[in-house]
Ligand binder design. Structure first.
Ligand code: GLN
Length: 538
């Protein structure tokens, strides 16, 4: 029997304090004590899911195995916990309202007036409980997006208040994450914003049980005592979260601060055993003390906001650690790449990655980057649109198919080497209609990818509408660009590679969604190791 304890994580003072990382770190510590844990993110915006959001809004859209387009925090949960999440792990206000309105249309409310309280709050509570009842979890951590005091998060706060009351203190608690700003003019850390933020929670009927304080400088005991006294929490439940160089250090920091102990004590659970964090510590040690160093270009169109490519960046951290290597990513805005600057920008790189994306802005720069990698024998990884760009480039410059393109960018191209899938042709609605989630891929024996994966069939996650046009495959193969991974059910091409090249691989799926700390992705590991070899061959 699972324990089914509920932990709610709220945030105050400002956004971007890292609730996702704190939630994932606590989950990691509980998991490392042998508990089964899951984490859920509730997002107060009205989009039904983040799939329709531009990455500049909230960063990358993370895709789960069951094909849900979700918040990037789910990526952190999976990377920390090494386990798959599902649609149930991410709920938005849009989704909540959609189900309530659908029920109302069906007549399920039997003539009642449908209101925020109780109908919306009941639906929020149901979504929180579903997660606990579907899996066999000891702890269900629910992170509420946004900041306490936001109008849009009010129904969530009320739902938590009710759940806390229903479940009682041994089965539920609230952790509130705030900021303790440092005023350099007076050289002081200030607790007032935290006090105000807790007051806001209290106004809504919630007394937080644990406070996690983000700070640039360590907190002394006087400050901790002051926060404890004015916010009604015990001294041991004032937890410091000081800035660190890598997010992967946060679980170790939280362990030092006894966050897990505080949670367990409040829920009357044993605290004698310590979490087993040895493999994690070894990983952090490798991340912090690399022996080697490689430079890899990340060519994309959303590079100004690093969160847009979060999973790719984290995959390089995992793969770097395996290779005892720091991967320095140089983010390049593809729109700015042209024939005259490409040499300057890319020739000192040990690897080039062309990123996923949509639409034609910056597409020619991506195509140029793929060409530069191919012609100069620089290790290359193309992901989704990155693979499609490599195909377009090869078609134009090697197969001499003038104006070859993807029909996403140029509908009337004479050579649609990338084309819309048949089942996509009638689709007009944007939300949740791509080829999404996990699909099998058979790896051709004897290829580079079969050596990398060392498996005949792999499962990878997808998020795209367009595909390689199989009518051109033979022509590509004749010139040395071969399909090394095929979907066994549909015949769609999933992986292409150039065997003659040092390392040139393009994948239609997203390997970055499957890389975790304890199980880094083989493609990234191998790409970094080849980049390292290339560097050493200079
Ligand atoms: N825009 C391309 C497609 O829809 C690639 C998508 C992606 O890179 N995720 O097929």
């Amino acid at each position: 029997m699972s324990l089914r304890k509920y932990i709610f994580v709220t945030g105050g003072v400002t956004s971007s304090l890292g609730k996702g990382i704190i939630s994932a770190s606590l989950a990691k510590l509980l998991q490392a004590r042998g508990y089964s844990v899951t984490i859920q993110k509730l997002d107060p915006y009205i989009n039904v899911d983040p799939g329709t959001l531009n990455p500049y809004e909230h960063g990358e859209c993370y895709v789960t195995e069951d094909g849900a387009e979700t918040d990037l925090d789910l990526g952190h949960y999976e990377r920390f916990l090494n386990m798959a999440t599902t649609q149930n792990n991410n709920v938005t206000t849009g989704r909540i309202y959609q189900s309530v309105i659908n029920k109302e249309r069906k007549g399920d409310y039997l003539g009642k007036t449908v209101q925020v309280i109780p109908h919306i709050t009941d639906e929020i509570k149901r979504r929180i409980k579903i997660l606990g009842s579907k899996g066999n979890f000891d702890f269900i951590i629910t992170e509420i997006g946004g900041t306490v005091g936001d109008i849009e998060s009010l129904p969530y706060i009320e739902a938590i208040r009710q759940l806390k009351w229903e479940m009682g203190p041994l089965n539920s608690l609230v952790i509130h994450l705030t900021l303790v700003p440092y005023l350099s003019a007076s050289a002081e850390l200030k607790t007032k914003p935290t006090q105000h933020s807790v007051k806001l929670l209290l106004e809504n009927g919630i007394q937080p049980n644990i406070l996690v304080l983000r700070t640039e400088h360590p907190l002394n005991n006087d400050i901790r005592k002051k926060v404890a006294l004015f916010c009604n929490v015990d001294f041991g439940s004032v937890i410091e979260s000081v800035d660190v160089s890598t997010i992967y250090e946060v679980p170790l920091l939280m362990q030092k601060e006894n966050l897990d102990v505080s949670v367990l004590q409040k829920m009357n659970l044993p605290v004698e055993n310590k979490p087993e964090m040895k493999p994690w510590k070894q990983f952090v040690n490798k991340v912090k003390n690399p022996r080697h160093h490689v430079k890899i270009a990340l060519v994309g169109k959303y590079v100004e906001l690093p969160d847009s490519y979060k999973s790719i960046m984290e995959s390089f951290v995992h793969a770097g650690a395996v290779n005892n290597c720091k991967v320095e990513l140089r983010s390049l805005q593809s729109e700015k790449l042209n024939e005259s600057n490409i040499g300057d920008l890319l020739s000192d790189m040990h690897g080039i990655l062309v990123a996923p994306g949509f639409g034609d802005r910056g597409i020619e720069g991506k195509i140029l980057a793929a060409r530069f990698a191919r012609e100069n024998n620089i290790p290359f990884l193309g992901i989704c649109l990155g693979l499609q760009c490599a195909i377009i480039e090869f078609a134009r410059n090697v197969l001499k198919l003038e104006d070859a393109h993807s029909t996403e960018m140029y509908l009337k191209t004479p050579h649609p080497v990338i084309d819309l899938m048949e089942e996509q042709k009638g689709v007009t609605s944007k939300g949740g209609t791509m080829r999404l989630g996990i699909y099998p891929c058979n790896i051709k024996p004897g290829t580079r990818c079969s050596r990398i994966y060392d498996r005949e069939e792999v499962l990878e996650r997808h998020r795209h509408r367009y595909e390689i046009n199989n009518e051109y495959l033979d022509r590509f193969a004749e010139k040395g660009f071969i399909a090394s991974g095929i979907n066994p059910d549909t015949g769609l091409v999933e992986i292409m590679e150039i065997p003659e090249h040092r390392w040139f691989v393009g994948v239609q799926f997203h390997p970055e969604y499957r890389s975790t700390v304890l199980s880094p992705h083989p493609l990234f590991i191998n790409f970094v190791s080849e980049a390292l070899k290339f560097r050493n061959s200079d």
